[in-house]
Design a binder for this molecule. Sequence first.
Ligand SMILES: Cc1cc2nc3c(=O)[nH]c(=O)nc-3n(C[C@H](O)[C@H](O)[C@H](O)COP(=O)(O)OP(=O)(O)OC[C@H]3O[C@@H](n4cnc5c(N)ncnc54)[C@H](O)[C@@H]3O)c2cc1C
Length: 477
Amino acid sequence: MAGVRSYGPVLPVYVHEPNLISQPDVSRQHQVFVQETLAELRVEIERLGGQLLELVGESLDVFKRLHRITPITRIWTHRETTQNSQYERDKQIKAWCQTAGIELMECEQNGVARGEQASLSFPDYFAQCVTRKLKDPTGTSLTNRFAKPPLPAASPESIPVAAGEDKPLRQRGGRTLAVNAMRSFFSIRSLQRYPFQISSPNTAWNGCSRLSTYLAYGIISDREVFQAVDGVVSLGHEKLSPESFQKLQERARFYLDRLMWRRQYIQTFEHHPELEYRHMLPQFDGVRESEFDSERFEAWKAGRTGVPYIDAAMRCLRQTGWINMRLRATVVSFATMNLWLPTLQVARHLAREFLDYEPAVHYPIHNVASGTSSFDNLMVYDPIKQGIDNDSEGAFVRRWVPELRALKGVGIHDVTRTAGSLSDEARGLGLLPYPAPIVDCRQAGKLAKQRVSDLRKGKNVPDGTSEADAGTQLSLM
Ligand SMILES: Cc1cc2nc3c(=O)[nH]c(=O)nc-3n(C[C@H](O)[C@H](O)[C@H](O)COP(=O)(O)OP(=O)(O)OC[C@H]3O[C@@H](n4cnc5c(N)ncnc54)[C@H](O)[C@@H]3O)c2cc1C
């Protein structure tokens, strides 16, 4: 807005891009979430005296069209580290801006360096974010600074519909809910409890911050999150004993580690966008693909593998679009190790299932969780042990797998007892008896571990990747 005198009034624009909407990793839940967010944004902009113009088309065509009607002098946008299709779009727009004499202003996000740019260390980046105040235009009238839309907005019916079904129990879009999620998490109590809540799906649902979706869509920024953490620590300094305050600082650091990994993953993807369709270690390309078993893949997706903890996770995901980090790693390990399914197919399915899908985080993490990166210890989870450790009373499985509701306590994880089970409730719902495991978990896990270790011995790191920028530490605490 500061440049209104030199550059003229501002037109807020959102472009619904058919090419993005039709990508195989985009699903209906993502699209509806964006539309909910836009509905609120529209009202917020109107309160400031402007109008959000929503158009349908490829961004380059839309900008050319707008430019013909009212010459554009400058475009402000966020610089994204995202799918390759969107990288291509950004390159086209950049080239067009250059020829059309339009200034393109790309605001950096997440402290990610592009090209030769130097990257700040995480502590320096954090310190910078905490000291830079956020502007809040709420309550100001900016009518004179906004441009009137030079053409009518697209009708909602003209927006192509993304594939797949919306999810009944997913988080809803919009800034208000994002801010509410921040307010409810950033207290001394929540931060103190956080490390003890994140491993079990029973406690993680409320014990994690649940901010990933709002971060992934840019509804809140990492800067806001850092400032909120800093605020809790300052409050703790005032209110707590030195001993409790020290604990709070440790827990705040534990929480911030996750945001540090997030930034490192995004930086890795910025340097290696090919991870969307290739493995980090090229010796894995084509290996699992050549042994693809579609029946196993379908059983895993549907939550009918006969391994209760895995099936509960996949069914929970189908309804809610979210599971906790440890469980994500467990379902990926099960799919790619025990079932030997191709990493990229697994990643693409989960991209559609996770509401917080962020390509730059998602693809590098998949390489770690499926052993196709060289940067970490190989992790092959025993899915039955994970169930016993993290759902010891079986509450999570009972919630999502009605066939097993008659089984009490930890026995719900015993696959010799679950095969063929069908509770009265499940029978009433018309469900089939619960299947026997489609794989011998321990034997298949052992074999996969051996195969992956052998492949990794021919370690081959892509040019330009260092352990530091790969950032592929995957802590599952
Ligand atoms: C196979 C796999 C795929 C994943 N795909 C995604 C994805 O597409 N998008 C996504 O945002 N996260 C992804 N994650 C990371 C992590 O599971 C989620 O960020 C987290 O569960 C989100 O819940 P939360 O916001 O309550 O997290 P919290 O536990 O409250 O963590 C706070 C924030 O830190 C970040 N974060 C947490 N854990 C990690 C991690 N291990 N690596 C990087 N960032 C982290 C997230 O932005 C999160 O919002 C994936 C993890 C795995 C194992």
